[in-house]
Write a protein that binds this ligand. Structure first.
Ligand code: GTP
Ligand code: MG
Length: 221
């Protein structure tokens, strides 16, 4: 498909890591409508990251099914599926490349103007423009160091830059201040493409804009 509508459905999904001795997800069922925002909260280790990892099929459920637009995810070609998903992972990985290259990583055809737009959405443009070489500043292992919150915002800009029909943010604003987070939330509400959002967060303030909040405990909703 060119674009998903963005409906996500978990049907009685259970999951256990191959090397684990107990399931980490039990009987998870929920539906997110196209364009909705769903927030996932819950204490550390309750299974939030494990749950979202099933959407791009980094792992397969041990039981049950994950569907997008009513089609089981395993029926899509992996590349078609993943092309539609923008993911900012909990452990941010920046490549040894310029800031522009890091943001445009998933779609090298986008131009600097667009890269700047996505940096603005993710409240990163101010600090980037203050860097010695702006968008040409090399970051990552061989480049200048960035703070945790700065890395998160670049990772968010990268996830947005593929104009995904499903955006997954795993704790992506945990290291930015409340004011910056508010700006980001406002921007996420007004993206110029349709997008279902799955947002894992610790702070209640991050989840206030959600249509639905899932609270997890010990692998259950
Ligand atoms: P935080 O990110 O700390 O808030 O936790 P989370 O809610 O994202 O939990 P996560 O899904 O990462 O972990 C759920 C459970 O699965 C925990 O008991 C982890 O120890 C376990 N777990 C996570 N990753 C792996 C893995 O790669 N292998 C195994 N065997 N267990 C894992
Ligand atoms: Mg996690």
């Amino acid at each position: 498909p060119n674009r998903f509508d963005g409906k996500i459905e978990f049907r009685e999904v259970s999951f256990q890591y191959e090397d684990g001795d107990l399931p980490v997800l039990h009987d998870i069922s929920f539906t997110v409508k196209p364009g909705e925002t769903i927030a996932i909260m819950g204490e550390t280790g309750c299974g939030k990251t494990s749950l979202i990892n099933l959407i791009p099929r980094f792992y397969e459920p041990t039981k049950g099914e994950v569907r997008i637009d009513d089609i089981p995810v395993q029926n899509f070609r992996l590349s078609d599926l993943r092309k539609q998903i923008g993911l900012a992972t909990q452990d941010v990985l920046l490549y040894s490349d310029t800031i522009e290259g890091n943001i445009a990583y998933g779609d090298s055809s986008i131009d600097l103007e667009e890269v700047e737009k996505f940096a603005k959405y993710s409240a990163a443009s101010d600090f980037i423009s203050k860097m010695p070489e702006g968008y040409d500043t090399v970051v990552g292992e061989r480049g200048v160091g960035l703070s945790g919150g700065q890395k998160q915002r670049i990772s968010l800009a990268r996830a947005l830059a593929v104009r995904p029909s499903i955006l997954i943010l795993d704790d992506t604003t945990s290291a930015v201040d409340m004011e910056t987070e508010k700006q980001i939330q406002e921007a996420l509400r007004h993206l110029d493409f349709s997008c279902t959002k799955v947002i894992i967060a610790q702070r209640i303030s991050t989840t206030m804009m959600a249509d639905k909040i899932l609270v997890m405990q010990h692998g259950r909703i």
